[in-house]
Structures are given as C-alpha cells and as structure tokens.
Design a protein around this ligand. Sequence first.
Ligand SMILES: Nc1nc2c(ncn2[C@@H]2O[C@H](COP(=O)(O)OP(=O)(O)OP(=O)(O)O)[C@@H](O)[C@H]2O)c(=O)[nH]1
Ligand SMILES: [Mg+2]
Length: 455
Amino acid sequence: MILNIKTRDITQSAVISEEISTALYCSSNLSANASDYDNAIVVHVFFSQVKNTDDLLEFQNLAKAAKVNILSTITTTRSTPQAKYFVGQGKAQEIADEVKRLDADIVLVNHSLTPAQTRNLESLCDCRVVDRSGLILDIFAQRARSHEGKLQVELAQLKHLSTRLVRRKTGLDQQKGAVGLRGPGETQLETDRRLIKVRIAQLQNRLEKVEKQRNQNRRTRQKSDIPTVSLVGYTNAGKSTLFNALTQANVYAADQLFATLDPTLRRLWIQDVGATILADTVGFIRDLPHDLISAFKSTLQETVEASLLLHVIDCADSRKLENIQAVNQVLEEIRAQDVPVLLIYNKIDQLENTLPHIEYDDQNKPQAVYLSAHDGQGLDLLIEAIRQRLSNEILTFDLKLAPQESKIRHRLYQLNCILQEQISEQGEFLLAVRIDKTEWLKLLKQFPHLAPMQA
Ligand SMILES: Nc1nc2c(ncn2[C@@H]2O[C@H](COP(=O)(O)OP(=O)(O)OP(=O)(O)O)[C@@H](O)[C@H]2O)c(=O)[nH]1
Ligand SMILES: [Mg+2]
C-alpha cells in the first residue's frame, strides 16, 4: 500500500558563529588542511585473551571523525588497568618512545582515564593525552552548529575539565608573598575553578532559556494532538538516510560517526493517524560520556516524550546485538525505556537472502521492519507498521457526561477529540470520542470516575 506522505520543514536550528575551542582541534574551520590535523598515537587495551578488534576499529573511526591523523596504534593485554598509567609501566614507556620517534602531538586512549592517569601519561610522553570521553566530546564540539548544541557541548566539556584541573607546573601561583604575584587571596587553580563554575552557571542559565522555548513548542504540538515519532539508534546506523527517504528532506547523512547532532523535525502524514512529527537526532555510542548525556537532556527530551521510537539498527554490523544493548542503556539513562519501540533493521541490501518484511508479535502488533533506507526497499512497509502502531494507540468510544461535568467536555473539545455530540432529555452529554491513548490515561488520572459507555 502506498500512503500519502506530505512533508514540511517545521523547525530549523538557529546557527550562530560562536566558536568553541576543543581539546584536540582548536579551530572550527572544517576545511582545514591535513597538515593542520593532530598526529596521534592510538592506545587500546584488550581485557581478555580473545582479542576483539571491533572496539579498536570503532575508536580509530572516532579518531578519524575528530579529524586526527593516526600515526600508529599500540595495543596490549591486561586483566585490570594499572593505577598509575592505566597501562603498565613498560607499555607507558613504549608509548612515550613512540611519541618521540614519530613526533606525535597527542595520545588517544580508548578507555576512561582518571585525571591522575591522564596527568601521569602526559608528563611521561610530554604531549596531550585524551581519553575516549574526551575524544567524543571533541567530535561533538567540532560538529555543533546550532546555538543550543554549542552551549550543550561547552557545558559538557567544562564539566569534564573541572575534574581535571591541576596546579600548573610553573608554581607561580604557589609562591607566597612574591611581589606582584600575590592574588586576592586565591591561587591560580582556585581562580580557574571559580571561573569555570561561573561559566557553567552561565551556560546552564542560557540553556534553561532555550529549553523553555523548546518545551513551549513541544507543548503546543502536544495540545494540537500531533504524535511525535523519534528516530534513535547507534551512530552510523542510517537514521538520517531513513529520515531523508521518508520526508524527502536533505539532512546531512554520511559514513561518519556522529554526523548528526542537532535535532531536525519534519511533518509526516500517515493515513488513519493524520499529521505526525518525525524527529532525527544524535546517534548513541557505547560509553557515551555522562556529562554529554546530561547536557543534551533537553534535545533528547524529544525522544523521551515521543509516541513511538524507531530504533534503527545496522543489521550488517557484526556488533548488532551489542549496539542494540548500548542504545537501550542510553534510553534507560534518559528515562525513555517505557516509550513504545518499533525495531528497524536497516541496510538489508548488504545481507544475502533478506527481503523487506514486517515481524509481528503474538497480538499481531508490528515489532520490527526489515528495510533498506539506501535503496528504498521496505519504506512502504515501515509507513504501514507506523500506521498500525500509532492507530492502535488511538481509542474510539462513546462517553456520557452529566450536565455538571462540562469541564471535562470543555477539555475534550480543547483536545479536539469529540467526533459527535448529542444532548439527552436529562441534559447529559452523549459524546463520540476519538482520543490518543496517553491523553486518555492523563484524563483518567485527573477524573478517575470517567469510563467509556458499554456498547
Ligand atoms: N548499504 C546501505 N548503506 C546505508 C543504508 N542506510 C544508510 N547507509 C549508509 O550508512 C552511513 C550512515 O548513514 P547516516 O544516515 O548518516 O547514519 P546516522 O544513523 O544518521 O548516523 P549519525 O548521525 O552519525 O548517528 C552512510 O554512509 C549511509 O549511506 C542502507 O540501507 N544500506
Ligand atoms: Mg544522522
């Protein structure tokens, strides 16, 4: 069945040219020469004898996404991290020698380092050391385009940095009583901490304002009873490609981790449901830095409050199951685990013998759709599955209200849910109602005695 799909751009993120300096790459000029890129040594520790290189490969792709030149990759196997350098003393020295030999600018470590481990490695290697969280934050900083995105990334970076501030080596700040160096009773370190605190408060304040606007827009949409369908999934799964295919939009999609940062919304018309909003947003990855998730809360709010999540999965990826798990973990963290989900197994063109199809559960409810966003196979099935899932969530029934219950009747009119109305001889309102299930549950909370009339 081919359904009528109408689209219209309904929001566009404001873009301002404010720049953020980042740990790795201090200019947001994306067309910089290769010679401007940092030259890096990548370090990865295997924690079991069975060496799974997928994690390392992903980290190398993250480094590429951050516009870093990888000079060499050093791996090692350990049962647990070592306290001082994360890797053992000998390995740390090997890294330092390699940095010197290849004249590297930076060491990238595919794990979470403690501030002390970062410091120790930095002084041994005499160059910057960035861990997995730092690298992800940096990619976000390079990609952020909207005002809100930039504020969110800066907030996350400052929070990450605030735990890593250390006393400068010069010692100037520690001199006691030296003329001209004595500050107003605080060391440089304290000044830095105070300034960061002030900036964090400033950013939180500004983000609250942007968030208010976003909430306002969402409330307007909720009032007008338009369901939101949000695309979620591991980075590079094909969300933006699918978004474009469904809405004929032109969102940036690329074989690149975190190609999308700012949420984009388009109107999508679905038969029996009417207008819906389709939302494309940032992709997830395992070990997404916590500061980043909390900074992106208002963006991700779109996801939490959706009527339906389309969880896009790259079914040709060997780590399909782990990726699904990582996405579910982030969904839990943003408290979206109870939003209904439809699984989208994308990229079936890369599998042999898989045709587009819908998988149903015991109650005949669509659970999963197999398709290819790239060549359009199965898109009509996806629309059909969304239709079934959303129209199942719309209830139609008759309701009788006593004359003194006009407040409820007024609310139902506000929600635009009354299909037909008659008034009985006793002055009761006999209403034919068509209402979104969640709205109905909300009303029941407010007016617990309400009940549809028995047929
Ligand atoms: N073969 C194949 N490739 C696809 C398909 N869908 C998307 N891709 C490719 O997968 C890559 C990632 O696609 P995107 O749409 O940018 O993925 P995304 O999930 O939006 O990624 P982020 O925004 O980075 O989280 C691109 O190179 C797409 O061309 C598909 O159905 N088949
Ligand atoms: Mg994308």
